[in-house]
Design a protein around this ligand. Structure first.
Ligand SMILES: *Cc1c(COP(=O)(O)O)cnc(C)c1O
Length: 239
């Protein structure tokens, strides 16, 4: 399958799943995860209709974003200077916050106060209001990043007082499970947390959940941003 075909089939499955679960397909945005993918194929995805690209490393993203060929690749049929959004979906180290605020429209992976403070400071320096999501760790796996549920309210309280940060929602990554039905409780839990936060006066616009193997389940449970790589580009090859 070409990138065009697989991109369209992911979009199609998003729409069908949304409609089946009584949701409006336009309430779910597709983040095309382009980490490790060579620029030429990322451009193919943009020409297939990708409007949001997701990367997990600051340096790799920078190379793509600042590449001349990429900057000038207007998607076929689009007039004016269309630019895709770039989202950081991977763990961010505090010492890369300065670059991150320059590069990314939305950062999905804020998981502690020190990082939020640094992003606020760096965004302030360039007069930007940085949109962020808070990554919540629901699975208890030691390798997964994210803040624990019991510390979430405190972090959001802190973040909502920062003038150069805009809190937009939550992100989670369940453990990889062969049986995708087993991921459902994690997605449901994130949705429940968002309802609690809304009640407490913190608007939650986005729920970033669902990847290639489990995005239909995530959509059924309320996802607004699905992060899909393999289902679009095929298996990743790490150098
Ligand atoms: C790589 C990655 C994805 C995409 O995973 P696929 O299984 O290839 O769709 C989604 N979210 C995060 C945080 C990732 O690092």
């Amino acid at each position: 399958m070409s990138i065009y075909e697989s991109f369209k089939s992911v979009q199609d499955l998003i729409s069908r799943t949304a409609l089946k679960s009584g949701r409006n397909p336009s309430d779910i945005q597709l983040v095309t995860v382009s980490k490790t993918i060579e620029l030429k194929r990322v451009i193919d995805a943009v020409n297939s209709g990708a409007t949001i690209l997701g990367e997990n490393k600051v340096q790799e993203a920078k190379e793509k974003i600042t590449n001349y060929e990429f900057q000038t690749c207007l998607p076929v049929g689009k007039v004016t200077n269309f630019k895709p959004e770039w989202h950081l979906i991977g763990n961010l180290q505090k010492n890369k916050a300065r670059h991150a605020v320059q590069l990314f429209d939305l950062i999905h992976s804020v998981n502690d106060i020190a990082l939020a403070e640094e992003l606020n400071r760096q965004a302030g320096k360039i007069n930007k209001v940085q949109r962020i999501l808070i990554q919540v760790k629901l699975s208890g796996e030691v390798t997964k990043h994210g803040i624990l549920e019991e510390n979430l309210m405190e972090l959001i309280g802190n973040v909502s007082g920062m003038s150069n940060i805009k809190f937009e929602g939550l992100m989670t990554m369940p453990p990889f499970l062969e049986n995708i039905e087993k991921t459902r409780p994690y997605f449901r839990k994130l949705k429940e947390l968002s309802v609690e936060l809304i009640k407490a006066g913190h608007p939650v616009k986005e729920l970033s959940m669902g990847m290639s193997n489990d995005f239909p389940v995530a959509i059924e449970e309320g996802s607004t941003l699905v992060r899909v790589g393999t289902a679009i580009f095929g298996e990743r090859h790490y150098k």
